[in-house]
Structure formats: C-alpha cells, structure tokens
Design a protein around this ligand. Structure first.
Ligand code: NAI
Length: 254
C-alpha cells in the first residue's frame, strides 16, 4: 500500500471487471475509499471484496450508466457514504458488434454502443462535475481507447464512440479547468480483459496478429492502464488536463 490518494474518494464505473476492477483495486491500494459501480452485481461485489480483503474501504452501487437517475443516485450514494467525491474513472463500456462493415451494421447496435460508451460518459461527467464544482476540485479520467485516436475497420460505432469520448474530455477540461477540475482520457491498446477475450474468441492466430500490431509485440495488462489512472487521479498530475494519453505499446505511434 502507498498513500498517493490518502483521504480521497474515488468512483469507478464498469468496476465489476477488467480495467475498471483493476483500477478500483489500484486506487484503493493508494489509500482512496472507492465506490464500485456496474450493472453486474456479482462482478462489482467481487471487486469490493478484493479491496476489503486487503483492508481497503469500498462499496458497490448497481447503476446503469445510460440512465440519468441511476447516475445521479450513484453520486448521491457516494457523497452520502463518504461525504465527498474527488476522483472518477468513467470506464463502463461495450465493444458492440465487431467485424461488421458500416453498410451491414444494425441501427440497434449503433444506438447501444453510443448510449453506453458516449452518452454514459457524458451523464457521468454531468453529475460528477455538478458535485465537484461545489468543492472546487476534482480529477476525472474517461476510458477512451486507441480507437478514439485512430480509425479502424469493421467497428465504426465503437470508434465513433471513443472519438466522442476524447472530444468530450477536451471540452470538459476547457469548461471546468477554472473550477479546479481536471479531465483526462486514457487510451488503451488491446488489454487482456473479458472484453479482449470476447474479441479474440480463443483464437491464438488472431491474438498473435493483434499482438504484432502493437510495437511492443504483446497485449497490455489492466495493471498497466491502472497505473496511468492512479497517476492522473493523483496530485502528481496536477498540471495535466484535456489530455488523451495512450497506454498502447506504441500502437498509435505508427
Ligand atoms: P469488460 O467487459 O471486462 O468490463 C466492462 C464493464 O463495464 C463490465 O463490468 C460491464 O458489466 C460494465 N458495463 C457495461 N455496460 C454498462 C452500463 N450500461 N452501466 C454500467 N456498467 C456497464 O471490459 P474492459 O476491457 O475492462 O473495458 C473497460 C473499458 O475500457 C471500456 O470502456 C472499453 O471500451 C475500454 N477499452 C478496453 C480495451 C481492451 O482491449 N480491453 C481497449 C481500449 C479501451
């Protein structure tokens, strides 16, 4: 345990799996009290258990990031339990249909991806900032993707949603810098999580091809993303806002 976030309260959406779970644990290891939010109760509670088993302080809130009332209730529950909200990782997301060209894509899939990945982040920002503004401080990290920085084929809704998250991050940073609120995005390459497992489908050849697209020659780990999340949340990043920072083994340098 370290203490870079001692006395801070952090909220993590999509905290029931993958990058969200690992980041929630990393934030708690730095001393933050952590609220884990997800639609998946089992996954979210497992994250809380992992934190409390190591003497951390956390609780779970079931919330769907596409529903404004759920997002508001999640912030209210945080403030009621811990009295404040200092850091947030807006991370809940889905991959949507993959391997489908635009002309064959389903409208429902477009709506669902944009709803969760983009509107969900906007709703979180809206309610988090309303609270943070009253206190004149806060650090928010949005999970975008390398798909928010460069185009890609056969997953246009996902790429559009993540480009949107990067734009939203910059707008929020500009609007609320003077209120003491920093807003940044992390842009991971392909990271070993349940989402990546679904994308790779256990196909070793496909995994080797995707690993080779990263100049470091491998997929990333959730811990490598969590390191940047912790840093951005902490005062070590006190002059960093409006940035979209890659954690991608060199993917977007090509
Ligand atoms: P994951 O599938 O392991 O975890 C996503 C979590 O979000 C799940 O616990 C899920 O229940 C939750 N979630 C989904 N919809 C929700 C909703 N409407 N409300 C509340 N919670 C919801 O995925 P992973 O890989 O951990 O992804 C986390 C974020 O990182 C996503 O935004 C994803 O787009 C992004 N990302 C992932 C990459 C990867 O290769 N794994 C690469 C770049 C970005």
């Amino acid at each position: 345990m370290s203490d870079r976030l001692q006395g801070k309260v952090a909220l993590v959406t999509g905290g029931g799996s993958g990058i969200g779970r690992t980041s929630a644990i990393a934030l708690a290891n730095e001393g933050a009290r952590v609220v884990v939010a997800d639609i998946n109760t089992g996954g979210g509670q497992a994250t809380v258990d992992a934190i409390t088993e190591c003497d951390g302080d956390a609780f779970f809130v079931k919330a769907d990031m596409t529903i404004s009332a759920d997002v508001q209730a999640m912030i209210d529950a945080t403030v009621e339990a811990y009295g404040q909200l200092d850091c947030a990782l807006n991370n809940a997301g889905i991959e949507g249909a993959v391997g489908v060209p635009i002309a064959d894509a389903e409208e429902d899939d477009w709506d669902r991806v944009i709803d969760i990945n983009l509107k969900g982040v906007w709703l979180c920002l809206k309610h988090e900032i309303a609270h943070m503004q009253k206190h004149g401080r806060g650090s928010i990290v949005n999970t975008a993707s390398v798909a928010g920085l460069v185009g890609g084929t056969f997953g246009a809704a996902y790429h559009a949603s993540k480009h949107g998250v990067v734009g939203l991050t910059k707008s929020a940073a500009l609007e609320y810098g003077s209120s003491g609120i920093r807003v940044n995005a992390v842009c991971p390459g392909v990271i070993r999580t349940e989402m990546a497992d679904r994308l790779l489908g256990g196909d070793d050849t496909r995994e080797a091809r995707i690993a080779a697209q990263h100049p470091l020659g491998r997929l990333g780990t959730p811990e490598e993303v969590a390191e940047m999340v912790v840093w951005l949340c902490s005062d070590s990043a006190s002059f960093v806002t409006g940035a979209a920072l890659s954690v991608d083994g060199g993917y977007v340098a090509q």
